[in-house]
Design a protein around this ligand. Structure first.
Ligand SMILES: Cc1cc2nc3c(=O)[nH]c(=O)nc-3n(C[C@H](O)[C@H](O)[C@H](O)COP(=O)(O)OP(=O)(O)OC[C@H]3O[C@@H](n4cnc5c(N)ncnc54)[C@H](O)[C@@H]3O)c2cc1C
Length: 288
């Protein structure tokens, strides 16, 4: 199926765009967690979002979720790991499944973590962002997991079932009774290997031999997601219509820059949605 638009991210920016696009009857595939934004969820109190006075992040996330449900919006709980421009449409890879869309909206939030040394070079060669997609390659082997998203605990559990040995670093106090698991108290700093990842180096300099490494973060650096995307620092460069350097590919919210605020994310998601509707109209005219 060819969707009108693929939205990546179920935070405020993605939601604002999805609501408007739905009102315009567009065919949407919307990737991300059904629980919404982890960042919003972590906010103790939000006092500056109009119309919702002094609300906790968890409450606001619930309101966002309920509004999406009421509008009949569905989320595809998959992580997008790659986007390619095919000229008249985009191809997206999400948990090893391919999707096609005429336009794309990146509403991925800001990727705060810097990649590890050699991460980009070894990605796809012993380095994976998706345990459920690539875990089977490491049956009875030794893997390392670096996870900074507590919602991905099930991915670590899955690797524990499959692999012979699992070294785990998390920033949320993950524990396991499995004798296969060794919890690392220092983060992974560097990946090594000529053609394929074959060892990791921790921040204290300790080296461990592995067959594969799983890096499970809430978001992926924009240029890893979409090679050739113009960025400035950690942010995606957009014009006043939220369009990136790729025609038909838009970005909104924290991923386009500061201030990191819900109101800004919602505003940009709305602008992007209107620009997408216009672009789809132009594409329809050309195709007639
Ligand atoms: C502790 C804290 C307190 C805050 N307090 C406030 C406040 O009081 N007021 C305020 O206005 N703002 C506040 N903020 C900031 C606010 O939360 C952000 O500005 C807002 O959430 C940005 O929305 P977004 O949609 O751009 O991105 P996010 O909310 O980060 O959502 C992006 C979503 O995309 C998903 N995603 C990323 N990559 C992929 C992928 N490849 N495939 C599938 N899904 C993907 C992520 O998992 C995430 O769920 C706070 C933030 C924090 C951390």
């Amino acid at each position: 199926m060819l969707y009108d638009v693929a939205i990546i991210g179920t935070g405020p920016a993605g939601l604002a765009a999805a609501l408007t696009l739905k009102l315009h009857n567009k065919e949407i595939v919307w990737f991300g967690s059904a629980a919404g934004s982890d960042k919003v969820g972590k906010s103790e109190k939000i006092a500056n979002y109009p119309g919702v006075p002094m609300v906790s992040g968890a409450e606001l996330n619930e309101k966002f979720r309920a509004q999406a449900e009421e509008m009949g919006l569905e989320m595809t709980e998959k992580k997008v790991t790659n986007i390619a421009d095919l000229g008249d449409k985009y191809m997206l890879l999400a948990d090893n499944e391919m999707f096609e869309a005429r336009t794309v909206l990146l509403a991925t939030g800001v990727a705060v973590a810097k990649g590890m040394e050699n991460e980009d070079r070894l990605l796809g060669n012993g380095v994976s962002y998706c345990a459920t997609c690539d875990g089977f390659l490491y049956k009875e082997k030794t893997v390392a997991v670096y996870c900074t998203d507590s919602r991905m605990e099930h991915d670590i559990k899955y690797l524990e079932e499959i692999a012979a040995k699992v070294y785990v670093y998390t920033n949320f106090g993950y524990s396991s009774d499995s004798p296969k698991v060794e919890i690392l108290d220092k983060p992974i700093k560097k990946l090594d290997g000529a053609m394929k990842a074959d060892s990791i180096e921790l921040s204290d300099g300790r080296k461990i031999d592995v067959d594969g490494v799983f890096i499970l973060r809430p978001s992926i650096a924009p240029t890893t997601l979409f090679s050739g995307l113009e960025i400035e620092g950690a942010h995606i460069v957009v014009d006043k219509n939220q369009e990136t350097n790729y025609k038909g590919c838009y970005a909104a919210g924290d991923c386009t820059g500061r201030p990191y605020q819900i109101a800004k994310a919602v505003g940009e998601g709305n602008i992007a949605a209107h620009a997408i509707v216009e672009r789809l109209g132009e594409m329809d005219k050309k195709e007639q």
